[in-house]
Design a protein around this ligand. Structure first.
Ligand SMILES: [Zn+2]
Length: 721
């Protein structure tokens, strides 16, 4: 019996029958293909096929490798499409483009065929082998194999596939057999992925009628993203209003719910829970279709509703109309490019890319006559700062009824690329995480906390300006104003920065929640009250209904924050970890304890307070004693950024990162900018290298050429030059 018979495939009915009859690997076949002349013959055979077959082969293997992987990653995150405001047609078109994009890889094959069938045979085999190698490499990367293992194994598999295709008829038959793959991959994406829920019309059930009548109370809800409580409170529980004067002014005028926690750690679920007051399953999409009942739909008749929703589409179409979308496809395919690069590049290189787990989004908006326009979401990923600008516009809208503004900014979310004044600094270096995992090195985390505080300072400035705008417009006193974060973020070594476990829940679940009630409201606690009774995200919507004097028109899971009696009976809080349930105790102390690392490094939360251990008074005072240790070498990443600095173009290169050799971790380092000591930092262990990093103070760069020099500091030795 020959080996081949058992793997012979039923002749595919759909396709041109296999031309060559020897689709069997016999011993004779093996000996025939083993000589150079026979190899040439085989490759010629592979290359001589009709160009149409080459096209089908590349499409089939491309669909099963690159396209399937991209569609699996993106299909798992419907928010990718929601955030861009894509329609059903857009999504189908997107699937078609991704599935048929590998067609470009058939071009070199078809061109080669014009020149020589042997060359065409080589090219098509290598293209197919390469595609499989990429998939294998991506899989091995996922198993955390080293770069060498990934390269060698995926290379070997790729070569094997290339040889099977180029040299054997069964290999080619198999690929022909796979030619319906593009349609199957597309079908799986459109009908079985989580994104499929966007395509099927949502079962809209139990839609409560909107509240009727009028209300006198304007409502403003500002949702920030990934703002951990520990950043703005110290271990004694004081709100650090020196660093956060904007939010601090609201704490003075309102009630700070110090023991507030989110009910889920993921944005696309957290924002809907704030807007609805209802727990929901993980597979419900963050749209008005998925959440027909929310304070947005309920208040549509009592208020003029304006929303800024970079990640969600909760405002029903009858109230909010998307603006003309500007560049959905540019944004979409730039995102797909990042996803594809993550698949193709080994982990080591992919670490440089923007992360693909969180930010799927994009704005730009004009003033909005009713029906209100929701700002174009197609450029939010590039500039999350636009959210504040759009919220500002929504707050300035002239309307007859009181305003209800629900605005979400995906800040201070990683990658922490902004200074307090809004300057975008170069970024992408996730100093404190490796993948999603928080690094062990304390100095790496310190640099991460610094970057968080810098961006958090910007967020607070913006909140302060929005509040000032309301004060100046004269409706601050009568309004209900809320600042809340969707969830926090963790700095626990070795734990995921967001995915919940027993260790990091104390950092991910607690959130800032500040509510300023209308001044005339007698039932509200006095301004400046700190409330330590457990509050939850789902309490926000019931509180809004309570404040405007209405009963929620639909059933909610939360309770009004003013109902302290019911809240004080809570013993634990349900916090969803994506779709699994985590129960979190109501004690406040564990979350305050997470302020200790911040207190140690940034007692006042001034990001520029950061200084590494081991810096002595004389290093600080007499930088001329800095010793340039000749054994220590620093390789500054992207040094060309400092060659010709244009201070007016973003990002401003204020982030320095370097690999260090010849020294251990925890060595103090001075960053000399144009010969002057600009900032003190230290070395730290990052995976298998020693690294260092720093943020240069704003204003330290000069226009044009700047010189950056890093030196290892020590007390002894000859003074530097
Ligand atoms: Zn979030």
């Amino acid at each position: 019996m020959t080996i081949g018979r058992s793997i012979r495939f039923p002749r595919p009915v759909l396709f041109i029958p296999v031309r060559n009859n020897d689709s069997v690997i016999s011993r004779a076949t093996i000996s025939r293909i083993a000589t150079p002349a026979a190899l040439g013959d085989r490759l010629r055979e592979a290359g001589a096929q009709h160009w149409w077959w080459h096209l089908l082969a590349v499409l089939a293997v491309g669909a099963l490798t690159i396209s399937a992987t991209i569609l699996t990653i993106i299909g798992d995150a419907p928010v990718f499409f929601v955030a861009k405001g894509m329609t059903t047609t857009d999504i189908v078109l997107f699937g078609l483009i991704v599935v048929f994009a590998p067609v470009v890889l058939a071009v070199p094959v078809i061109l080669a065929r014009l020149a020589s069938t042997v060359v065409a045979g080589v090219v098509v085999s290598l293209v197919l082998g390469g595609l499989v190698a990429v998939l294998v490499g991506h899989f091995l990367d996922g198993l955390d194999q080293t770069g060498e293992v990934v390269l060698v194994l995926s290379g070997l598999v790729g070569l094997l596939v290339a040889s099977l295709y180029g040299l054997t008829e069964p290999g080619r038959s198999l690929v022909r057999f796979l030619s319906p793959a593009p349609l199957i991959v597309l079908g799986l994406f459109l009908f079985t992925s989580p994104t499929a829920t966007l395509l099927s019309s949502q079962p809209v059930t139990d839609v409560a009628p909107p509240l009727s009548g009028t209300s006198e109370i304007p409502v403003v809800i500002l949702v920030v993203d990934e703002f951990p409580l520990a950043a703005l409170v110290n271990q004694s529980g004081d709100f650090l209003d020196l660093a956060f004067p904007g939010m601090g002014s609201l704490v003075d005028d309102g009630v700070w719910y110090r023991n507030a926690v989110t009910n889920t750690r993921s944005t696309m679920h957290a924002v809907p829970m704030l807007a609805t007051g209802v727990f929901h399953e993980a597979n419900v999409v963050p749209t008005a279709g998925g959440h027909p009942n929310s304070f947005l739909s309920a208040l549509g008749r009592t208020h003029d509703v304006g929303t800024v929703e970079p990640m969600t589409r909760l405002c029903p179409a009858r109230l909010c109309e998307p603006e003309e979308q500007s560049n959905i496809w540019a944004a979409t395919f730039s995102d797909v490019g990042v996803v594809a690069a993550h698949i193709v590049l080994p982990n080591a290189l992919a670490a440089e890319l923007p992360p693909i787990d969180e930010n799927w989004a994009n704005f730009d908006g004009e003033s909005r006559p009713w029906k209100s326009k929701t700002p174009d979401q197609a450029s939010m990923d590039e500039d999350p700062r636009l959210a504040f600008e759009n919220i500002g516009k929504a707050l300035e809208t002239q309307s007859r009824r009181p305003l209800f503004v629900f605005g979400h900014a995906v800040l201070p979310h990683i990658p922490w690329n902004f200074l307090p004044d809004g300057t975008r600094i170069s970024g992408g270096e996730q100093a404190y995480v490796d993948g999603g995992q928080v690094l062990e090195a304390p100095w790496a985390k310190a640099l991460g906390m610094q970057r968080l505080l810098l961006t958090a300072g910007y967020v607070d400035n913006q909140i302060g300006e929005l509040l000032d705008g309301i004060r100046e417009a004269g409706w601050y006193d009568e309004a209900m104003i809320v600042v809340v974060s969707d969830h926090g973020v963790s700095f626990e070594s070795g734990h995921d920065r967001r995915a919940l476990d027993d260790e990091n829940v104390d950092s991910v679940a607690p959130i800032p929640l500040i509510v300023k009630y209308p001044k005339s409201m007698e039932e509200a606690p006095p301004p400046g009250t700190v409330d330590d009774i457990r509050a939850e995200s789902v309490d926000l919507a019931p509180t809004v209904f309570d404040v405007i004097g209405r009963v929620s028109p639909y059933e909610v899971d939360g309770v009004s924050l003013l109902d302290t009696e019911t809240r004080s009976q809570r013993t634990e809080t349900l916090v969803y970890n994506w779709d699994e349930k985590h129960f979190y105790d109501v004690a406040l102390e564990p979350s305050l304890a997470r302020a200790v690392p911040f207190d140690n490094l940034f007692p006042d939360r001034d990001p520029w307070q950061l200084e590494p251990l081991g810096i002595t008074e004389s290093m600080r005072r007499t930088p001329e004693r800095i010793v340039d240790d000749p054994d220590v070498e620093f390789e500054v990443r992207d040094p060309e950024r400092f060659e010709d600095v244009d201070l007016d173009s973003e990002p401003v290169p204020l982030v320095v990162f370097a690999e260090v050799t010849g020294v251990e971790a925890h060595r103090p380092v001075g960053v000399l900018l144009n010969g002057e000591l600009a900032v003190l930092t230290a070395t730290y262990q990052r995976e298998d290298i020693i690294a260092t990093g720093a943020v240069l103070p704003l204003g330290s760069l000069q226009p044009g050429k700047n010189t950056i020099q890093l030196v290892a500091l020590s007390e002894s030795g000859p003074a530097r030059g």
